[in-house]
Design a protein around this ligand. Structure first.
Ligand SMILES: Cc1cc2nc3c(=O)[nH]c(=O)nc-3n(C[C@H](O)[C@H](O)[C@H](O)COP(=O)(O)OP(=O)(O)OC[C@H]3O[C@@H](n4cnc5c(N)ncnc54)[C@H](O)[C@@H]3O)c2cc1C
Length: 187
């Protein structure tokens, strides 16, 4: 179905979305077919991020490629932006100690710093996001109510809200030095 916009549209209208609000179905009915795509929602298990390699030689991952998560705390895009700042900062810091000339070892060092700084943060976000959805949509039997009202709302949700307000640092000002910019060279 992914490569067939007409099929995506008709499947949504007649099957998957048939009980959804008419306003939404109207949007689907009038959408520009050339922009319609279909992709599965992805999830990466927290322990997979925690224990697996996030760097291979001078290649790493960021954003959804590193930590696809459930949507329950709205942090997928925010954490992708954090990744970009942190990776940029680590590359900038190495760049500033090497007078603007980087070799592949230096890039590896920068990526190691980035991975080390991001691993715990995104593992917690993926786990917290999943737990948030699970607790809030898990049903209404007595023990789910207990988990939600006594454990989740009392202890976990405030920690999650606090952790969303995260300072990922700033990019080093040296990155803006025109002298350095003109001599920058990545081998
Ligand atoms: C409905 C919905 C609501 C959301 N709401 C929120 C929210 O409120 N807050 C929040 O923080 N996050 C939210 N997110 C999550 C957020 O959109 C994603 O986490 C974020 O866009 C990930 O950014 P990314 O750059 O890692 O990946 P993407 O935004 O997916 O960017 C990847 C890009 O790579 C391109 N690409 C793929 N393959 C190739 C290839 N082979 N060659 C070249 N290019 C390629 C794609 O076309 C795409 O442009 C939401 C997501 C959805 C689906």
């Amino acid at each position: 179905m992914a490569g067939n916009p007409q099929l995506i549209q008709s499947e949504l209208l007649q099957n998957y979305g048939k009980h959804w609000p008419p306003l939404y179905l109207d949007v689907v009915r009038h959408c520009d077919l050339s922009t319609l795509t279909w992709a599965p929602l992805m999830f990466r298990k927290p322990w997979d991020i925690m224990f697996n390699k996030l760097r291979k030689d001078n290649i790493t991952v960021a954003g959804d490629a590193m930590h696809p998560m459930t949507p329950d705390i709205g942090q997928g895009g925010c954490s992708a932006l954090e990744d970009a700042v942190v990776l940029g900062r680590h590359i900038g810091e190495v760049l500033s100690t090497k007078n603007g000339k980087l070799d592949s070892m230096d890039i590896g060092e920068a990526i190691d710093g980035y991975v080390k700084e991001r691993r715990w943060r995104v593992t917690w976000l993926v786990a917290g996001s999943y737990l948030s959805g699970w607790a809030q949509q898990g049903g209404s039997n007595w023990w789910m109510k207990f988990l939600r009202d006594v454990i989740f709302y009392r202890f976990l949700s405030s920690k999650l809200v606090n952790d969303v307000n995260y300072d990922c640092g700033i990019l080093p000002s040296v990155a803006f030095s025109s002298e350095l910019k003109s001599s920058s060279k990545i081998d």
